[in-house]
Design a protein around this ligand. Structure first.
Ligand code: FAD
Ligand code: NAI
Length: 468
């Protein structure tokens, strides 16, 4: 075969696309991945998951050294912020991760076609690169072009005073007043980072709660925790305009239901009201690929669009916009293309907000179970009763397990607490295996660990926790 003929061409090298390409190559498909960004890894590695977690970790360390080490009997001298150093840490982490994908492409013989990929027809992709446009032919195309920032009319992003998450991970100084529009994943994570580094943070949220997709009890508790950390919340409020002509930004706010306006002054405003699928300039309409009402690429149960041979995965299709969801879909579609039975269990995909404490969930929320009329039992255990959490001075939060009232099968788990993001893996596995709460309760959990709170919550489902 010539180097313009492939079994699979993936468009986009984010966690969906690059994982799909590597898995396809492992399975013997001749694979290329088109990426127009100068580095591989997509939103996640370049401007999303990885840099934001580098900043969250670094700012946690600063906050700990400044305010919390004394309580452990550790005296530190004066603690100073070195923002360029903190940003250099983030940039280094991004670089090593994106270069890591280049290494993996070489190792697995995945060709990186640099440039913008355009679907010309089923089986034909053109690549518009710096040196001109070339065309490749392929048996299958996987669209993995991800998502982009959702704009807010009247609040124009300039990435200096009015920023998206991309600007918010690269500010050159700590703003005195940092306003966040949207109390979701990005709002709470980036709000936490800049609050820890010294900004006065105000979160303006349209709905009457933060983290609206999460379990209601968790989101209420989380808002209280964040408020204790100094963040101010304006719920049920919408931003109707922004004036950035002065030194800072003057936001005009209005109650979501309408009413008297007020202004909020900020030095930097973050717009974080969600993301939208990225389908521009891909040639989808000409190729006849159908989008849904939210302009996501419409696919069937095997990730195939209405056009045979064209598939789509990740943020550009329906479902949670999460890197690990995109990765699972990437693996599944590669396996389907190689003649295997790729499958994703959407009931067991965890979601984590990497604040401190963290929020982690898998499966259904109480609200969903009620809406679906499913009878359930609840087992809860607070970290204040967990020995390790006390030793860590990190007793905020709880584990909540929702199990089917009749069969005891675990239907959902919600954790607000230290290291919740790592702990939720046990519960995703439990749900993959169709475990009951009793199965978790009878599993030995090492002492003293935070995971004992999971065991206790499972015992509490049956009304028999030991330590409370
Ligand atoms: P993307 O990662 O968006 O990759 C798509 C790629 O396609 C991009 O590199 C783009 O340049 C390229 N592309 C687009 N069109 C073309 C074209 N025509 N030709 C060539 N290339 C093209 N998720 C988590 O699970 N955990 C987190 O902690 C987390 N943190 C986040 C923090 C932030 C600030 C943001 C913004 C997102 C975060 N996410 C997180 C979400 C996560 O980044 C996305 O769910 C994930 O990146 C989606 O992967 P993807 O492969 O579908 O698309
Ligand atoms: P989000 O959907 O998590 O939150 C957006 C918030 O903005 C919601 O609470 C929504 O009610 C609110 N909102 C919408 N319109 C508004 C308006 N006009 N005024 C005020 N509030 C408004 O979206 P976010 O935070 O932008 O993140 C995008 C996506 O990226 C997330 O949904 C998630 O899928 C992913 N992500 C994941 C992370 C993780 O896994 N830790 C971290 C960051 C992002």
């Amino acid at each position: 075969m010539s180097d313009t003929q492939y079994d699979l061409v993936v468009i986009g090298a984010g966690p969906g696309g690059y994982v799909c390409a590597i898995r396809a190559a492992q399975l013997g498909l001749r694979t290329a991945c088109v990426e127009m960004r100068g580095t591989l890894g997509g939103t996640c590695l370049n401007v999303g998951c990885i840099p934001s977690k580098a900043l969250l970790t670094a700012s946690e360390k600063y906050e700990e050294a400044k305010h919390h080490l004394g309580a452990f009997g550790v005296k530190v001298g004066s603690v100073e912020l070195d923002l360029p150093g903190l940003m250099a840490h983030k940039d280094g982490v991004v670089k090593s991760n994106t270069q890591g994908i280049e290494f993996l492409f070489k190792k697995n013989k995945v060709a990186w076609l640099r440039g913008r990929g355009v679907v010309k027809a089923p089986g034909v992709v053109s690549v518009e690169g710096e040196g001109g446009t070339s065309e490749v032919t392929t048996k299958a195309i996987v669209i993995a072009t991800g998502s982009d920032v959702m704009p807010l009319p009247g609040v124009a992003i300039d990435e200096t005073k009015i920023v998206s998450s991309t600007g918010a991970i690269a500010l050159e100084s700590v703003p005195r007043r940092f306003a966040v529009i949207g109390g979701g994943y990005i709002g709470l994570e980036m709000g936490s980072v800049w609050a820890r580094l010294g900004a006065q943070v105000t979160v303006v949220e349209f709905l009457d709660r933060v983290l609206p997709g999460m379990d209601g009890e968790v989101s209420k508790h989380m808002q209280r925790v964040m408020a204790k950390q100094g963040l101010t919340f304006k719920l049920s409020t919408k931003v109707v305009g922004a004036d950035a002509s002065g030194e800072g930004v003057r936001l005009t706010l209005e109650p979501a239901a309408g009413g008297a306006q007020e202004t909020l002054e900020a030095d930097v405003v973050l717009v974080a009201i969600g993301r939208r699928p990225y389908t521009e300039g891909l040639g989808l309409e000409a190729a006849g690929v159908v989008l849904d009402e939210r302009r996501r690429v419409k696919i069937d149960a095997h990730f195939q669009t209405n056009v045979p041979g064209i598939y789509a995965i990740g943020d550009v299709v329906a479902g949670p916009m999460l890197a690990h969801k995109a990765e699972e879909e990437g693996v599944a579609v590669a396996e389907i293309l190689a003649g295997q039975a790729g499958h994703v269990n959407y009931d067991a995909i965890p979601g984590v907000v990497y604040t401190w404490p963290e929020v982690a969930q898998v499966g259904k929320t109480e609200e969903q179970l009620k809406a679906e009329g499913i009878a359930y039992k609840v087992g809860k255990f607070p970290f204040s009763a967990n020995g390790r959490a006390r030793a860590m001075n990190s007793t905020e939060g709880f584990v909540k397990i929702l199990a089917d009232k009749t069969t005891d099968r675990v239907l959902g788990v919600h954790i607000l607490g230290p290291d919740a993001g790592n702990m939720i893996a046990e519960l995703s596995l439990a749900m993959e295996f169709g475990a009951s709460a009793e199965d978790i309760a009878r599993t030995s959990h090492a002492h003293p660990t935070l995971t004992e709170a999971i065991k206790e919550a499972a015992l509490a489902v049956d009304g028999r926790p030991i330590h409370i």
